[in-house]
Design a protein around this ligand. Structure first.
Ligand SMILES: [Zn+2]
Length: 284
């Protein structure tokens, strides 16, 4: 898979599109092929003639604001990309879920790769955006200024689960959580309410520095259109069997039905190698 978009991937997408699209006039907006549009009123045709005011991120969502008091709320899910093309690619693109044509000849496409068609779009009144269920349930942003972890992680659930729970803290998913916990030298299965002050401080620092570094990398290597395959600079996630970049110990993994946790036994679990079955029960 070309990389599931999480906070850094959605943030670089929004940033680059904001720089490129602010002020651009919308000629038409349609949802061709399998319909990703989850709202029907107002219709997409209401966007015609309006200008894009800003593109920003909230959690793992992209928000395209227009000057017409309407906003597009977009979730890329596991395999969506929001791609800006300088020229029109033509009407027959079966991977496009949303097609926004601009008056200057450019074209913004929500494209989706892989077998699952899950990416979605909502057209909402800008004033109602924050009340939409997708945004209203989100916890505070993980980046750039995460909330007090003493408050949000004070729960008897494993860190790996807690950090990926968008209601707890927004933006982190299955890839970056492995990098963050490795950087903080914390076990994925340590309970949120078992952290001491020093561990909480390490974790907060790891969240900020890991996501900041990822974004700095993307600023160097990603240009529009955002590539189908994201150049995610992961060192731990999906690197089981390789040496730990810090201590050289072999990275291990725990497999679950639809995801894999990677970790360094020496750096994170006091040398213990975690068994799949026991821990899959612990993670429930
Ligand atoms: Zn290590």
């Amino acid at each position: 898979m070309g990389g599931v978009p999480e906070l850094p991937e959605v943030e670089i997408t929004a940033r680059l599109l904001d720089r490129a699209l602010a002020g651009a006039e919308i000629e038409s907006a349609t949802a061709p092929g399998i319909n990703a549009l989850k709202t029907f009123d107002p219709p997409l045709s209401q966007l015609t003639g309006h200008r894009i005011a800003a593109v920003r991120r909230r959690g793992k969502h992209v928000i395209v604001e227009t000057d017409g008091a309407l906003a597009l709320l977009i979730h890329l899910m596991s395999a969506g990309r929001l791609q800006l093309y300088e020229k029109r690619a033509g009407p027959r693109d079966r991977t496009s879920r949303l097609l926004v044509r601009l008056a200057d000849g450019r074209e913004l496409r929500l494209r989706e790769f892989g077998s699952k068609q899950a990416a979605w779009v909502k057209l909402l009144a800008a004033a109602e955006l924050e009340q939409d269920g997708a945004l209203a349930t989100l916890g505070p942003e993980a980046w750039p200024d995460p909330p007090s972890l003493a408050d949000v992680l004070d729960v008897a659930r494993p860190l790996h689960t807690l950090l990926r729970d968008q209601r707890t803290i927004a933006g982190i998913g299955r890839s970056w959580v492995d990098e963050i916990l490795w950087r903080a030298k914390l076990s994925p299965f340590k309970r949120g309410n078992d952290l001491d002050d020093d561990e909480r401080a390490r974790l907060r620092e790891a969240i900020v520095s890991t996501l900041t570094d990822a974004l700095a990398h993307y600023e160097q290597v990603v240009q529009l259109p955002v590539p189908d395959k994201l150049p995610m600079p992961l060192e731990i996630h999906r690197h089981e069997g390789e040496p730990c970049p810090r201590c050289g110990e072999t990275l291990k993994s725990v497999h679950f039905e639809d995801y894999v946790i990677a970790y360094c036994p020496a750096c994170q679990t006091d040398g213990r190698v975690l068994k799949d079955r026991r821990l899959s029960r612990l993670l429930r």
